[in-house]
Design a protein around this ligand. Structure first.
Ligand code: ITT
Length: 199
């Protein structure tokens, strides 16, 4: 049985990514959970040396809960391309370089693809909820789909403009936030977390 968040308590959103923060705010709003971000608390951004999403999510959540003394929720996520063997994957943020330029990162995906015709791609979100005593709960969500070139739309963040979820026509960059949440990796992982740990 998963450990539950106590009602009325404060939850640290252990991310410095504004796109993730906006999505968490919208997805958590109906649950009346009081949140504060890493940035608001002045917490440092930890290194992410693990080779997998779950490992990095645990590192980020444990760093934030230790530093703040409150339960912390971290997300490690990425864009995975079948024809690139799952890359950029856990290196999705790094492909955007020090200036976090996702036009550059998307262009690199397209350049490395070459002329192949396999357009399968997916997003992964690993969420870790950690408590100051070191207890953790982890949940993983995936969104299957395909990549398009050139990128389309200005909504969302990161690789959203080059990803169309399975069965859809619009990219995540062309959709409003609510439509993205209907299929997204992050919304799916959070639904599992909320079912297990909230309420
Ligand atoms: P934090 O570690 O502070 O949370 P980060 O941006 O460094 O922020 P990650 O290490 O998890 O986060 O990197 C994941 C990258 O994958 C992120 O920067 C995005 O570019 C991309 N990504 C993750 N989820 C995405 C989504 O829903 N839409 C588009 N791109 C996404």
């Amino acid at each position: 049985m998963a450990r539950r968040l106590t009602s009325g308590g404060r939850l640290v959103l252990a991310t410095h990514n504004k796109g993730k923060l906006a999505e968490f705010a919208a997805l958590l709003a109906p649950f009346g959970i009081q949140t504060v971000s890493s940035g608001e608390l002045g917490l440092a951004e930890p290194e992410e040396p693990a080779p997998d999403f779950v490992g990095n999510a645990r590192i980020k959540a444990l760093a934030a809960t230790t530093a703040s003394g409150a339960p912390a929720l971290a997300d490690d996520s990425g864009f995975c391309v079948a024809a690139l063997g799952g890359a950029p994957g856990v290196h999705s943020a790094r492909w955007a370089g020090p200036t976090k330029d996702f036009d550059l990162a998307m262009a690199r995906v397209q350049a490395e693809l070459g002329a192949g015709d396999d357009s399968r791609a997916w997003f992964v979100s690993a969420l870790c909820l950690a408590w100051p005593d070191g207890h953790t709960e982890t949940f993983v969500g995936r969104a299957e789909g395909s990549l398009v070139w050139p990128p389309r739309g200005t909504g969302g963040f990161g690789y959203d403009p080059m990803f169309v979820p399975a069965g859809g026509l619009e990219t995540y960059g062309e959709m409003n936030a609510e439509a993205k949440h209907a299929t997204s990796h992050r919304a799916r992982a959070l639904q599992a977390l909320l079912a297990a740990c909230v309420g």
